[in-house]
Write a new protein. Structure first.
Length: 422
C-alpha cells in the first residue's frame, strides 16, 4: 500500500529514511524540489511514519520498513507555508499516483469549496483513499481544515501525551475522529535549509497525525482488498479510550480514543466489527405518537454544506418554556434532512428562532437547505433564506384556534454563489 505525505518536502539522503526508487514526489510550486526539505517539518512527519527499523540508527517509524512505497507532495514550501491551490494540487497528485493513505500535517482556518468538490468527487467515484489530517494546535474548539471537512474520506487527529492525556494545544470539536502521540515526539529532521540531517523532538497534532496515517498504511498493507471505509472503521473501533473519559464511546477531545495498531490489525484479521460505531444492529424505530389530548409538533431541517453552523430553539411563548432545541453542532451531515418530533399541549403560541453561525442562512449560497415547523402534519412556518438568525411565530394563547389549511413553505430560487479564491 502506497502512502503519501503532503508537507514541506522530504529529506532524501537522511540515513534513517528510505532512499530508494519506491520514493517518488511532486512539487506544485515553481521553485524548490520535493526531495529537499528546507523547513524540516515534512521530514519529521516522514520519520514518524516510515523511519527505517532494524538499522541501529535513530528512530523507528510506524511502518519501520524501507520498502513501503511513499509519495511526497510538497504542498508547503521551504518556508513552512503554502497556498490552498498548491495543497489541492498535491492532494490530486497523491491520488493520481495511487496513494491509499495521505497524511496532511497542516491546516488553516477556513474550508475551500474546491477541496470540498474534490473530496465529493472521490467519494462519488468510490475512490479508496483516506486523508489523515492534524486537528490543529490552537487549543480551542475551532475547526481547522483539511481535518474538519465533513467527509468519510477525512480523519481529524488530536494529540495526546505518553499518559494518553489530551495535549493542551490540541483542538477539540465534533470532527475529531481519533488521537495519536503528539507530545515530545522524536523524529528525523533536516537542518541548514535541507542540506544537513539530524533528529529533533517536537510536539503538535502534526506529530500525532502521521502516527495514525502510519497505522492506517500498516494495517491496509496486511489487508489490501479492504475499502477505505473498513480501514477507517477498524481504526476508530479499535482505538483505546483514555481512562479519564469513563464509558465514552466518542468525545470531542480524542474522538474514539487513541490509535492502537495491534487492536486494529486483530480486528481486520478476524473480520469482526461487532459493536463498532455504525455497524451494530438496530431495531426499527417505533412510530411516533402522542396521547389523545396532545398535539404533535415536528421540526424539519435540511442542512446546507455546513451543517454544524445551524442551531434553533422552539419556545412556547404562552409559558416561556423551551419546547425543543438543537444547539450548534447537532447536525453533522451536509445536505441532509433531519426531523424532531415533540408532544405538546393543544393550542398555544410558539416562537421558532433559528441561527447560522456563519451568517448566510441555510439557503442558497452553499446548498438548498430549509426549515419547516409542522403541527399535526400541517405546516405552520418555513423558510431557509436569512442571515445570522430569523424568528417566526405562530398560534395563539387561550382556546385552541381552528386548524389552518395546509401550507407549503416557499422554495427559494437557486442562486449561484460568488466565486471564492482557493
Amino acid at each position: 500500500v502506497k502512502a503519501c505525505i503532503i508537507d514541506t518536502g522530504y529529506g532524501r539522503g537522511h540515513p534513517d529514511l528510505p532512499n530508494n526508487n519506491l520514493i517518488t514526489g511532486f512539487n506544485p510550486y515553481g521553485s524548490g524540489e520535493w526531495f529537499v526539505d528546507g523547513d524540516g517539518h515534512g521530514t519529521h512527519v516522514a520519520g514518524t511514519m516510515a523511519a527505517v527499523g532494524g538499522n541501529s540508527v535513530g528512530v523507528v517509524g510506524v511502518t519501520s520498513k524501507a520498502n513501503m512505497p511513499l509519495h511526497i507532495g510538497k504542498g508547503l514550501t521551504d518556508s513552512g507555508s503554502g497556498s490552498m491551490s498548491g495543497v489541492l494540487d498535491a492532494m490530486k497528485n497523491c491520488v493520481e499516483n495511487g496513494a491509499k493513505v495521505v497524511n496532511m500535517s497542516l491546516g488553516g482556518g477556513g474550508p475551500s469549496s474546491a477541496v470540498e468538490s474534490f473530496l465529493t468527487g472521490l467519494e462519488d467515484d468510490g475512490t479508496n483513499v483516506l486523508f489523515v489530517a492534524a486537528a490543529g494546535n490552537g487549543g480551542g474548539s475551532s475547526y481547522s481544515y483539511p481535518a474538519s471537512y465533513d467527509s468519510p474520506l477525512v480523519m481529524s487527529v488530536a494529540a495526546v501525551n505518553s499518559n494518553s492525556v489530551k495535549a493542551s494545544f490540541s483542538q477539540y470539536n465534533d470532527q475529531v475522529d481519533i488521537a495519536g502521540p503528539g507530545v515530545n515526539v522524536k523524529s528525523t529532521v533536516t537542518t541548514s535549509s535541507g542540506a544537513s540531517f539530524s533528529y529533533a523532538t517536537w510536539g503538535g497534532t502534526s506529530m500525532a497525525s502521521p502516527h495514525v496515517a502510519g497505522v492506517a498504511a500498516l494495517i491496509w498493507s496486511h489487508h489490501p482488498t479492504k475499502s477505505a471505509a473498513e480501514i477507517r472503521l477498524a481504526l476508530e473501533c479499535s482505538a483505546v479510550m483514555p481512562q479519564q473519559y469513563g464509558n465514552d464511546v466518542r468525545n470531542n477531545d480524542v474522538g474514539y480514543g487513541v490509535v492502537n495498531a495491534k487492536n486494529a490489525l486483530d480486528m481486520l484479521d478476524s473480520n469482526n466489527f461487532d459493536g463498532c460505531p455504525g455497524t451494530a444492529p438496530t431495531m426499527a424505530p417505533s412510530p411516533f405518537s402522542c396521547s389523545s389530548d396532545e398535539d404533535i409538533m415536528e421540526v424539519r431541517i435540511k442542512t446546507d454544506q455546513y451543517p454544524t453552523e445551524t442551531a434553533w430553539i422552539l419556545t412556547n411563548t404562552c409559558s416561556s418554556a423551551v419546547v425543543a432545541e438543537a444547539p450548534a453542532g447537532t447536525y453533522t451531515s451536509s445536505n441532509t434532512e433531519y426531523s424532531d418530533k415533540i408532544c405538546v399541549p393543544p393550542g398555544g403560541a410558539y416562537s421558532f428562532f433559528i441561527t447560522d453561525s456563519f451568517g448566510d442562512g441555510i439557503c442558497c449560497s452553499y446548498g438548498e437547505g430549509f426549515y419547516n415547523v409542522l403541527k399535526n402534519d400541517v405546516s405552520m412556518i418555513g423558510g431557509g433564506q436569512f442571515g445570522t438568525d430569523e424568528t417566526k411565530t405562530f398560534g395563539q394563547c387561550g382556546p385552541t384556534p381552528p386548524t389552518p389549511a395546509p401550507q407549503t413553505p416557499p422554495t427559494p430560487a437557486p442562486q449561484t454563489p460568488a466565486p471564492t479564491s482557493a
